[in-house]
Design a binder for this molecule. Structure first.
Ligand SMILES: Nc1ncnc2c1ncn2[C@@H]1O[C@H](COP(=O)(O)OP(=O)(O)OP(=O)(O)O)[C@@H](O)[C@H]1O
Ligand SMILES: O=P(O)(O)OC[C@H]1O[C@H](OP(=O)(O)OP(=O)(O)O)[C@H](O)[C@@H]1O
Ligand SMILES: O=C(O)c1cccnc1
Ligand SMILES: [Mg+2]
Length: 557
């Protein structure tokens, strides 16, 4: 759909620095859990200030009963590191908040703390990611890397959940349908709303109704109008203006008169009685068309799609055509969207044929109203004629799964591996500083992600590598990769962002490219095949030796 096709167009480019946004003002070092700061004090007191730590940020299960996750939020994490600094008022607040007796030198230490000694490795933003493969690794002095935990998690969890949700909607809707995010009114607060707009765009939506998101992130802003516009008119007597200049000749025409004439003719063609249709709706549509003659898109379900909305819309669109303008289309916001969209398309085809206006059959049909992934799948099965979905509540609140469970775990300290044991095997952490590789088959599909110790040589193309399930001894396979992708890049080092950061549209494109590398059976909505994540033989033995060393031996009595 071109910009012309929905009534509002985007002019945001001029406000933006290459499609990237400045750091969200709410993201600052105090946006964290108190326990990070109390731990920092205790680390400081116990002389652990300069201990060298490595933390992994990863999730354990994919959201939405799926088998993939889109990693998003990295850009914001890097900006957070870049600006990490406690202000004087932050320090004042902490002095009042931490228990009396907290030593003053600690606050001096915090006041001078930055992220300059931190190194951050990450998978590229917009790439598909899988459980247990760290998407970010953070290395540096224990206190500062610990202090980053909560903020990094809040920046990655919702962003990745949202981008994944949007990518799933894109997959079920197909390439050719437009997807607009309409969720601001339902989002979890203003910041949730802005993030939803940004990350649904990355995940594959085409635009948002959120004007501030358009300005801040250079996302196309689009929209139609609300029922209030239609119900604010009760009859044609209320129209203060009915005249419109012809688009090319400039000669003034009476849009209302033309529309009324067409309405009469249409009522016979469509077998709809004029008495049943709403005159207020006609007046509203005429006035809206006068305001936006090149972008006329009308809501047709206020009273009755068949008996009123389509009749009035078609009458006004034909009248506009006489004055040299081409209407854009309709939005349907209630009822059976499959049936009503087919009815709308049939109506437009008949009207176009009858009045010799060929483009009528191509009018855009937008559908909205509580749409989710399953609704789109069901509509696809039933057959529909919808060109564009406007989606709010289910998309932005991620109603099907409201949180992604990324965690941040210490895996190494002063060169010594650390393991967190759990009764639940899935929750046992993978110790040590690790590298991750994605191994591809000859047909270009991703086969398996392989974690190794950083000291191991990377897997090589054409060479057999043993891939082991991290916890189940008997599950292993040899893989001969046709292509090996090293998943981590250093993004932050020596106090600087050390990779060029892509623009939002580039991340958006990367999502689609990355999804293409996944086999369809990993992406299907019902019972998708799990993607394999493995460890090298070396890492397997290392984990299990450490596990045995750390697990206490019980005594039976
Ligand atoms: N053909 C269809 N197949 C499956 N689901 C549909 C179909 N058409 C609409 N839906 C969905 O059914 C639900 C209908 O919701 P609901 O009954 O609250 O709305 P409505 O009565 O049509 O409209 P409203 O209450 O806004 O006037 C929505 O979630 C909508 O997306
Ligand atoms: O349904 P969603 O996916 O959240 O999409 C956004 C909704 O917001 C608007 O109306 P609103 O819901 O405010 O009023 P309505 O329920 O009466 O249509 C719009 O008409 C959509 O229905
Ligand atoms: O522009 C629209 O049609 C729109 C915007 C927000 C919510 N519902 C609809
Ligand atoms: Mg609604």
């Amino acid at each position: 759909m071109s910009d012309r096709e929905l009534s509002c167009t985007n002019t945001a480019g001029q406000f933006m620095d290459r499609g990237r946004m400045n750091q969200n003002g709410v993201v600052q070092p105090l946006l964290t859990d108190l326990y990070q700061i109390t731990m920092a004090y205790a680390y400081w007191k116990s002389g652990k200030t300069d201990d060298h730590a490595v933390f992994d940020l990863f999730f354990r299960t994919n959201p939405f009963h799926g088998e993939f996750t889109i990693f998003a939020g990295l850009d914001e994490c890097l900006k957070f590191l870049d600006s990490f600094h406690y202000s004087d008022s932050d320090i004042e607040y902490l002095k009042q908040t931490l228990p009396e007796g907290t030593e003053n030198e600690f606050f001096d230490y915090l006041g001078n703390l930055t992220a300059k000694d931190v190194t951050l490795y990450a998978i590229d933003e917009g790439t598909v990611a899988f459980p247990r493969v760290p998407i970010i690794k953070v290395e540096g002095p224990l206190i500062i890397v610990q202090l980053l935990e909560t903020t990094l998690l809040t920046l990655v969890n919702y962003a990745s959940l949202m981008a994944t949700n949007a990518a799933r909607y894109r997959m079920v809707a197909g390439k050719h349908v437009n997807l607009l995010e309409f969720g601001l009114r339902r989002a979890q607060g203003p910041d949730g709303g802005l993030s939803a707009s940004k990350y649904s765009y990355i995940g594959g939506f085409d635009g948002t109704s959120n004007v501030l998101a358009g300005k801040l992130f250079n996302i196309p802003v689009k929209g139609t109008h609300a029922h209030a516009y239609i119900t604010s008119f009760s009859g044609i007597g209320e129209l203060k203006t009915r005249l419109l200049k012809h688009k090319t000749t400039g000669v003034t025409g009476d849009l209302l008169e033309l529309a009324v004439q067409y309405r009469q003719a249409l009522s016979q063609l469509l077998d709809v009685s004029m008495e049943e249709s709403s005159e207020g709706e006609l007046a509203a549509m005429v006035s809206y068309a006068i305001a936006f003659p090149d972008g006329f898109m009308a809501l047709v379900d206020t009273y009755d799609v068949k008996r009123s909305g389509l009749l009035n819309f078609s009458a006004v669109a034909l009248a506009l055509n006489d004055l040299g303008y081409r209407a854009v289309g309709v939005r349907i916001d209630s009822g059976d969207l499959a049936y009503l969209s087919c009815l709308a398309r049939e109506t437009f085809e008949r009207v176009g044929e009858n009045f010799k206006v060929p483009w009528f059959s191509k009018l855009t049909i937008v559908a909205s109203n509580d749409i989710n992934e399953d609704t789109i799948l069901s509509l696809n099965e039933q057959g529909h004629k919808i060109d564009c979905f406007g989606i709010g509540t289910h998309l932005v609140t991620c109603q099907r799964q409201p949180a992604l469970g990324c965690v941040y775990k210490l895996v190494e300290i002063n060169g010594q591996p650390r393991i967190k044991l759990s009764q639940d095997v899935e929750k046992v952490t993978m110790p040590g500083h690790k590298n991750a590789f994605r191994l591809y088959s000859a047909d270009g599909h991703a086969l398996i992600d392989l974690l190794q110790k950083v000291t191991e040589p990377p897997p090589a193309v054409g060479q057999k590598v043993l891939c082991r399930h991290p916890f189940q001894e008997s599950k292993r396979a040899y893989v001969i990769p046709s292509h090996v992708e090293s998943l981590y890049k250093i993004y932050w080092q020596n106090g600087k962002i050390v990779q060029p950061l892509p623009r939002l549209e580039q991340v958006r494109e990367r999502v689609q490219m990355s999804l293409k590398t996944l086999r369809n059976d990993h992406k299907r909505t019902l019972n998708p095949t799990p993607y394999k994540v493995a460890v090298s033989d070396n890492l397997y033995n290392f984990i299990h030796d450490l596990w045995l060393q750390n697990a206490p031996i019980g005594e039976l009595s």
